[in-house]
Ligand binder design. Structure first.
Ligand SMILES: C[S@@+](CC[C@H](N)C(=O)[O-])C[C@H]1O[C@@H](n2cnc3c(N)ncnc32)[C@H](O)[C@@H]1O
Length: 537
């Protein structure tokens, strides 16, 4: 895939790296990059309040749930193993909300490299002269080129053709590379060197090796994950200079998502005039130990944000003031490992049959978590990775046609977690809960689950599904924007369900009267305290 090739005409200035000077120290370049984004508030690139180097700031207050800016990144690339997204227009060929797919065709692999995939002849034809003619040859020689490495090659190829403006080339040279840090580790240094050699060969020997070498490192640090609104995971990477100026927080005030090729960044909280914009570089649902380890390994810094501090404090107090957290962190890694292997196994049914034994995985999770805390103070239900593990188990059970086990796990995983902020992850996860409720609400009257007198009725399950969908739809509009395709898709799903619903009008006051006792019954069966339920009023 690719997004836009920069339209500015380049000049002949040599694209040779020199010692990095942070972008904010060059006012003209900062302005140039800010001018590429369509922003709803005035923005500034200046010295960061969080770390050495640059940061992005808003110069006027912005409320929670507003767009900060949108932009077409310089370029982006979809992961090689992703067959659902077009590698050129970045549209999803699967409609996760169940409506008619926009790109109704499956993606087809390029017959030359067999790596790039396109949703249409038009996309394939557009990609060919822009970048794929070159990349096809590169991918045939080096089929393991990752998305970030392809982006490096593409930027240098465009530069060689004079397609990158002088300002963009100069800005790329001002990106953080952590080049020395990468080279401290022999394995990573060799890997980066070998990729740089492959890119240098593909571009022609006129390019000094240090150019791709440093740019490969810069792309590792500065590419943003290409995550569409409807997905819990990224499907590729993209690079945009303004967005590359945004520093990390585990409790960020903004988040990035993609609609096709377009990068959109929205506020999660009110951001005061003059405040630095932050995003979370990783999956924010990870626990503090996993986040810290990944940030150190991938971005070479120690995170001291308030969320990290308060989670570490909580863990110490739960362990009676102990500073020895490594057994707990080991248990967290084991739970994650168990769940991740079950998720991987679900992609290869039959091959890892043992890992498809979900009750055994659940028992494994229980045993690991029970061993990490004293029996009188068991593993708190909200502490990761337990909520995420339960949600993952819910979707795995659903995939195996076991909606009852899925329902218990989904409700416990979502409602006992502390992620009640209505943000983008909350929306994605709650939509999974709704999906499970809808399937459970379609159980036939003679299903064995109904032999259990505590099991809620089909009407109760359906009412909870409707109520949760209503809430998700409201929250999606705020988190992703009313105009986002995802929020619009969720709203139309709610409208379709409302049309089928008997009884009180969907969303009206009478519906709340139906919903509340239904939710009480469903939660009591699942073992979730009533106060953790969703409030519709
Ligand atoms: C994408 S760049 C962000 C812009 C960068 N500050 C600059 O000057 O170009 C990512 C790098 O910024 C720094 N960084 C980002 N967030 C940080 C944080 N919360 N604490 C310390 N350093 C951070 C790290 O060096 C990281 O590798």
């Amino acid at each position: 895939m690719a997004t836009d090739r920069p339209t500015d005409n380049g000049d002949d200035e040599d694209f040779t790296p020199s010692p990095r000077e942070a972008l904010h120290l060059n006012a003209q370049l900062s302005q140039y990059n800010l001018g590429r984004v369509v922003s709803a508030v005035p923005l500034e690139i200046r010295s960061s309040d969080i770390c050495d180097g640059s940061g992005l700031f808003v110069s006027a207050e912005i409320d929670a749930g507003r767009e900060i800016y949108h932009v077409h990144p310089l370029t982006g690339a979809i992961y090689a193993n992703n067959k659902s997204f077009c590698h050129h227009c970045c549209e999803d060929t699967q409609d996760v909300l169940g409506g008619p797919s926009k790109a109704a065709l499956q993606t087809k692999a390029c017959t030359g490299c067999r790596a790039a995939r396109f949703c249409s002849k038009e996309c394939q034809k557009s990609a060919w002269p822009l970048y794929h003619k070159e990349e096809c040859k590169l991918l045939q020689k080096a089929p393991n080129m990752t998305a970030q490495n392809l982006i490096t090659h593409r930027l240098l190829f465009w530069h060689r053709r004079g397609g990158l403006s002088k300002q963009l080339a100069a800005s790329l040279l001002r990106l953080e590379t952590h080049f020395a840090d990468f080279n401290k580790d022999d394995k990573r240094a060799t890997e980066l060197h070998d990729i740089a050699v492959a890119i240098q060969e593909a571009l022609g020997t006129k390019v000094a090796l240090t150019v791709p070498w440093r740019l490969v490192a810069a792309m590792r640090i500065n590419c943003v994950r290409l995550r569409p609104a409807s997905r819990k995971e990224s499907v590729g990477y993209a690079v945009d200079i303004c967005t590359a100026m945004i520093n990390h927080s585990c409790d960020p005030n903004a988040f990035v998502f993609f609609e096709g090729r377009q990068l959109r960044i929205r506020s999660l909280k009110k951001i005061a005039a003059g405040e630095e914009v932050t995003i979370c570089y990783l999956d924010p649902t990870l626990d503090v130990a996993a986040r810290k380890a990944l940030l150190k390994h991938e971005y070479f810094f120690d995170c001291y944000c308030n969320r990290c501090k308060s989670e570490i404090r909580e863990q110490r107090s739960l362990l009676g003031g102990s500073n020895e957290l490594s057994p707990l962190h080991q248990a967290q890694r084991e739970v994650l490992g168990l769940i991740n292997s079950a998720v991987r196994a679900s992609n290869y049914p039959g091959i890892y049959a043992a890992l498809e034994d979900l009750p055994a995985i659940e028992t494994g999770v229980r045993t690991i978590t029970a061993g990490a805390f004293p029996p009188e103070k068991p593993w708190p239900e909200h502490m990761e990775p337990l909520p995420s593990a339960r949600l993952a188990l819910a979707m795995l059970y659903l995939g195996q046609g076991k909606p009852v086990a899925a329902l218990r796990n989904a409700l416990k995983g979502k409602l006992l977690s502390t992620r009640t902020d209505g943000g983008p992850d909350w929306v994605n996860e709650m939509l999974d809960v709704v999906t499970v409720l809808i399937v459970a609400g379609s159980l036939p009257p003679d299903a064995p689950a109904f032999a259990d007198t505590d099991f809620p009725s089909v009407d109760d399950i359906r009412n909870v599904a409707y109520g949760y969908l209503l809430k998700v739809s409201q929250r999606a509009r705020k988190a992703f924007g009313r105009d986002s395709e995802y929020a619009r898709g969720i709203s139309s799903m709610a409208v379709t369900m409302a049309a089928k619903k008997a009884g009180a009008v969907f969303g009206g006051e009478e519906f709340v009267v139906e919903f509340e006792p239904a939710q009480r019954k469903v939660l009591a069966w699942a073992g979730v305290p009533e106060e953790n339920g969703i409030c519709l009023a």
